[in-house]
Design a binder for this molecule. Structure first.
Ligand code: TXA
Ligand code: MG
Length: 319
């Protein structure tokens, strides 16, 4: 793959959005800010462009991508939107909710986006820069998190540059990501809802919007091939549910456990989500032999935090 001189441009700079749209329209990659994490975007309707995402990330080709749309109307061109899915879009879009819905055949989405599945994951991001880019382009962009496969997701333009410099022409800097962890993914089959990936929008939030229960992903036949166990990993090994620090460790605290650095001293799980990946990166740069993490209650947004932490602590695949 050609090496690029990767440019980081402020999203507020004149012409930044049109430069991004031009690159995407020409089939090139652009890293874009979203409210969850930064995304590595390509025109979702051009297979050669989407292939560049897999190459730049070193992502396995069986792991499908999320299609980012401007709004529900754009989503309806590509997926069958059930009444319940429509309610969820109205309640949470634009925002950190991805819906996996039946793909409309012949809609023009490149085959490599869905990795051969009959379903398509769609999300309307809230960050105004990326919203504007998609609206101007007039079609969706496929975008996974803008990090090398298996590594920590990026919540700033600098994080993207650190992981992917030379692999893309342009990174738009839109500030620190607000939410800090990836979107909640809900699979919709008829009038049933399945949690495929926990996030800041909780199962209770989904139930409140639809009146229906949310089932565990293990109860479904919906495949989420990307949910590999080792993922979101810092360089140092991770030890969970640590109440005390051992030799060589950096302890990441939460609530009453202060640690060397805290996810949230007040025990606020949304604040912890905002800080999670940045603090794991920081623990690496502080030279941790092992990163120990204080217990986090497994409820609400804590479910998503524990999901990411379990993956960070899982045995790594051989490099
Ligand atoms: O917050 C987010 O969702 C971020 C930002 C950039 O929008 N994106 C993100 O993408 O986290 P990625 O590629 O890192 O994670 C996408 C997940 C993968 O686990 C993949 O397996 C799942 O979505 N996925 C995509 N399409 C799917 C489908 N048709 N059925 C089931 N799972 C799907
Ligand atoms: Mg990812």
């Amino acid at each position: 793959m050609a090496a690029f001189k990767t440019q980081v441009v402020s999203a507020h700079e004149d012409g930044a959005i049109s430069a991004a749209v031009q690159q995407l329209d020409a089939g090139n990659l652009v890293a874009v800010p979203t409210e969850t994490v930064y995304g590595l975007a390509a025109d979702a309707c051009t297979d050669a462009a989407v292939q560049k995402i897999y190459q730049a990330k070193g992502r396995p080709s069986y792991n499908p991508l999320i299609c980012h749309v401007a709004d529900a109307a754009m989503a309806e061109r590509y997926v069958a939107v059930t009444a319940g899915a429509k309610q969820l879009m109205e309640a949470f879009w634009p925002g950190p909710l991805t819906l996996v819905l039946d793909r409309l055949p012949g809609s023009g989405i490149a085959a490599s986006v869905t990795a051969g599945l009959d379903t398509l994951a769609v999300r309307a991001p809230k960050h105004p820069t990326t919203h504007k880019i998609i609206e101007t382009l007039g079609r969706p962009v496929a975008a996974p998190s803008a990090n090398p496969s298996g590594k920590l997701s990026p919540t700033s333009a600098e994080d993207v540059l650190e992981g992917l410099a030379g692999k893309l022409p342009l990174i738009l800097d839109g500030g620190r990501s607000d939410v800090g962890i990836e979107s909640t993914i809900v699979g919709v089959k008829g009038d049933k809802y399945y949690l495929l990936r926990p996030g800041s929008i909780t199962p209770d939030d989904i139930t409140e919007a639809t009146g229906a229960p949310v089932y565990d992903r293990d109860d479904t036949k919906i495949t989420a091939p990307g949910q590999l166990l080792s993922h979101y990993a810092p360089n140092a090994p991770v030890r969970l549910n640590a109440t005390e620090k051992q030799a060589g460790e950096i302890l990441i605290g939460f609530g009453d456990i202060a640690g060397d650095i805290s996810l949230s001293t007040s025990g606020d799980t949304l604040e912890a989500a905002h800080n999670l990946f940045e603090i794991l990166r920081k623990a690496d740069t502080m030279g941790a032999g092992t990163i120990a993490v204080a217990p986090i209650p497994d409820a609400g947004v804590g479910i998503a935090l524990n999901d990411r932490l379990r993956r960070a602590a899982a045995p790594r695949e051989a490099a």
